[in-house]
Ligand binder design. Structure first.
Ligand code: C5P
Length: 238
């Protein structure tokens, strides 16, 4: 049984900009269609919690994507700082000890474990001497995260179907590395394991994270509408 998620919350718009004013401008130009925004390292370094609080005050949801990765105690203390602010989702790295520590501190925020970055490809795996496939590594980490009590995971659209089928509906799956259909080959940027918004949702993702295709577009609403149509269509087919 698929979760019922409003279409306006399916796309999480990544506010990857250098200034709070630009982030607020993006929110006001997208909020008629999208109600979920992601704050990552760039904006957080510029603005700490200010824009985050402002977005939540406007009634939208926020994913805080700082990918906490440190000794378990430090991660636990960092997660405590995110509690009770109205943040919907926050990211941590998917090592067992980190997840266990984060779970001890989890309050009202749902925690997502990053499995393998979508910019990380098979060549990077080989370079690190890893013999497993990315799909297997993602699956192993996601299953461990779920067993440790994590609310969800972040994974590319290429692994979602296997994760959803194997790990069930409870797990929240958020998928970055989203590109519009016409751009699926040779995007020229750092993302390697990419799919369309419709494909990610049809495969079982709850949300997709979209940055540059929206934030670097002269008409962000148009691209959001196109992606939402693609999502609706994929859910009709489902
Ligand atoms: O611009 P683009 O759509 O590639 O942005 C993707 C966003 O998702 C970025 O903010 C990036 O930090 C984030 N992200 C990712 N891969 C992950 C987790 C988060 O690309 N595994």
């Amino acid at each position: 049984m698929r979760k019922t998620i409003p279409l306006r919350d399916r796309i999480i718009v990544a506010l990857d900009v250098d200034l709070p004013e630009k982030a607020r401008e993006l929110v006001t130009s997208c909020e008629s269609h999208a109600g979920f925004f992601k704050i990552g390292l760039q904006l957080f370094m510029a603005d700490w919690f200010n824009t985050l609080d402002w977005i939540i005050d406007r009634g939208h949801q926020v994913m805080l994507d700082l990918k906490f990765f440190d000794i378990p105690e430090t991660v636990k203390l960092a997660v405590e700082q995110v509690n009770n602010r109205g943040v919907s989702l926050a990211t941590i790295h998917g090592n067992d000890a980190i997840i266990e520590a984060a779970m001890l501190a989890r309050g009202d925020v749902k925690l997502l474990a990053v499995t393998v970055l979508t910019s990380f490809g098979e060549r990077d795996m080989r370079a690190m001497g890893m013999t497993a496939t990315i799909e297997d590594l993602v699956y192993y980490r996601a299953r461990a995260a779920l067993e440790l009590g994590c609310d969800g995971i972040v994974s590319s659209g290429l692994e979602v179907e296997r994760l959803r089928n194997g790990l069930g509906e409870k797990l929240i799956i958020v998928t970055p590395g989203i590109r519009p259909g016409a751009n699926l080959v040779n995007t020229g940027d750092d993302q390697k394991r990419i799919v369309t918004a419709g494909k990610a949702i049809a495969s079982g993702a709850d949300h997709v994270v979209v940055g540059r295709p929206i934030t670097r577009n002269s008409d962000p609403i148009k691209i959001i509408e196109q992606m939402q149509e693609d999502i609706e269509l994929s859910l009709t087919d489902y």
